[in-house]
Design a protein around this ligand. Sequence first.
Ligand code: SF4
Length: 368
Amino acid sequence: MPSPENPKIPSQNEAAFPPPLAKELAPRLLSWYRDNARALPWRESTDPYRVWVSEIMLQQTTVEVVRPYYARFLKAFPTVESLAAAEESAVLKLWEGLGYYTRARNMLRAAQVISEKHSGRFPETYEEIRALPGIGDYTAGAIASICFNLPRAAVDGNVLRVFSRLLAQNYLSAAEKRRLAAQISAIYPQDACGDFTQSLMELGALVCTPSSPKCGLCPVRWLCRAFLEGCVNEYPARKGAAAKREEALTVLILTREEDIALRRRAPQGLLGGLWELPNRAGHLIEPEAVAFTESLGARPAELLKSGRASHVFSHVRWDILWYHIACADTEDAPLEGGALWVSPKARREGHSLPSAFTKLLKQAGIPS
Ligand code: SF4
């Protein structure tokens, strides 16, 4: 019995794709891809470790953002074994600014599993890859096809959009998406699985874009039902964006000469375990912010600046009111509640402050 995460690959007969699409899509796309593929650093090799790092980093962000992160990460951790032996703080430091830090923690855990369970060798079957921490159907399909030439589709938002238009059909439920992944897997060309995966991704990124797709340049437009029926803009159907929860927050930027007060967040939940500027729910007026400062064991000397900012996470939007308060020397009295005075050097070397907070330091004119 196939599990929901691991649908069986249907035979050609079971695939619901119309025959011209099933037969023609791969050869046309492969030919286009070989002439038009962008030269990207992670395409220089099919080393599964490198492909894995790039696929995880590319989730939720763009190629241009990822380029320098990818280079720095591989310089620091050139192999899966070197990542497995890394300190979590060093991994998070290299991830600083990319967001979604759970991905970095899962990569570290997965590297440790590969080191311990697979003797440091990246697993080569879809099922073993899929079983690693932080690897879902999409990433497992990408690694299996690109690195091991296995016919496993990698269906992310880009690929879903392409097929939604090719077939003029919406894939809204998880079951429909799994069925689509199995149907795509069934038309994989045996000798070019990796290139087929990448050609679909490339078509979605360069041609079949979310808005204003370049159908006139599309190598598969004569196979595309939405193009032929003149209804490209109707696919994929837009689901009502889930409303984000609003949270009001007061953040203190407490400085003592060049030091800044930081503390650890709780290990679970949003930005779990990362460093943060002291903060409290709600918007505090100035005397309340001063009292909050005192409650941390700091001695507020002067309110230097205050401002407003917002930060958007996947389900929450922080509406931030911040105060920059210069504090008098408290060397003899440590801060309360796990807060510490952290020097610029220590901040550079190991205290990963998420961008939700570094942006406030920037507004206040303080180097993060
Ligand atoms: S013809 Fe247009 S809508 Fe269809 S796959 Fe190509 S770019 Fe996308």
